[in-house]
Design a protein around this ligand. Sequence first.
Ligand code: CTP
Length: 489
Amino acid sequence: SRREKNIRPLLQERLPDTHFRLLELAGRLGDRLDVPVYAVGGFVRDILLGRPNLDLDVVVEGDGIAFARALADELGGRMRAHHKFKTAVVIFPAWESERQRGDNGIPDAAPPALPVAGDASNEATAEAAHRAAERPEQRIDVATARPEYYEYPAALPTVELSSIKMDLYRRDFTINAQAVQLNGAHFGRLVDFFGAQRDMKDKVIRVLHSLSFVEDPTRILRAIRFEKRYDFRIGAQCERLIKNALQLGMMDRLSGARLFHELKLIFDEKAPLPCIRRMEDYDILRLIHPLLKLNPAKMDVLTELERVLHWYRLLYLSPAPEPWMLYLLGLCGNGKYLDVAAVTDRLAFSRKVRQDFLTLRENVREVYNLLNLWMQRDGSMSGLNNLLSPIAPEGILYLMARAKTEDARKHISYYLTRLRGETPDITGNDLLAMGISAGPAYGRVLRRVLAAKLDGLARTRAAQLDLAHELLREETAREALAAEVGPGG
Ligand code: CTP
């Protein structure tokens, strides 16, 4: 059905006021430049599905770069153009919402421009500029809909040839191929050429044409990601096209960088596990690399990983872990070093990321065994700290997920929540005050003081100072001995 739908009320209700006004401003600018302007893609999808998504993508039927330049002027921001693709990004200081401003006035145009350096003539301007500098930046992507780039069958009626339609037709799924016009007279007009409204009602992921996955195999992973994120269903025809594309070896055609980027997006989802399971359904994990194939043991570890990651995030512990590292550790399971290295090569890791990942994995495997030894023979907090402190947080969470016993898990969680942030209550300055000149002994002494503190042997600062004195005497005696015996002695 071609009944026109206007979603202005939805936009008003579901967007922060600042974003709504921004859309209006873009529409007015389109009117002034006499070009149709649309918000498109994920922004429209998420408004309709009631999920906040503030990434604004705009398509202009006309000169997108000229529009972006004018928009940047209007917003007191800057613009970067990609002339080859006729796209641009506008970057500007984010608008404060009504609530943050504490009044009802919404700026109709740009905040005051930054004063020239050294210009102290207007304190109010300087102060506004200062606030502007602290405000986060916002970006709007602008693209040009280019009818001249497409060839149309001569028989199509001209009304079907609008360039916005062609722009939307190049996109991945119907739900991502909707637009909302922003021009004043049409503000809020929903543009849906491909039945997205029906698909959203049926909760189905559907492509626009049968070559979609062959044109861009990353869409296979995107289909899975959207299916799980929105609790939709990949449609039957869509599923056949995915299987077909996989059979044609399209996964192998994907560059490592694009594949890794898509996988990272999956691991960044709220619930990557259903996506991973779905990838396994389609045999995609094996197609990426045989080592990644799922099995029940891995599935158990991944489930545990997700729980542990959730726990870590609930506690707001820092630093924030990289989910992809965790999930990839899980998917590599007990694989051989060379196979894991081959996975990093398939995903085109940079030399540094590759080295970091492989080292992390080796360290984790070693510490996994040492941890059991520590539990049997040591049990001291300083011993635990020594074991875990060299390991990146992703590795520690992985160890926690794989812990053999509830006891081991508790120790690791104790390390993360209590031990990790601990420092001695004395510093190098205290050692300096003891009359010792700075040197490698400092690090050794402070480490031993920390160990004593963690083990409850020197809880107070006074006790730690006493211990430092003692250790420094030891150090001095050792140095004297070394000097007496001489090099090589
Ligand atoms: N798109 C596409 N094919 C791709 C990637 C993107 O057709 N392989 C189109 C879709 O219309 C999509 C838009 O480009 O809506 C923007 O893509 P992207 O920025 O990746 O994000 P979103 O769809 O907004 O998804 P997300 O919510 O994950 O950011």
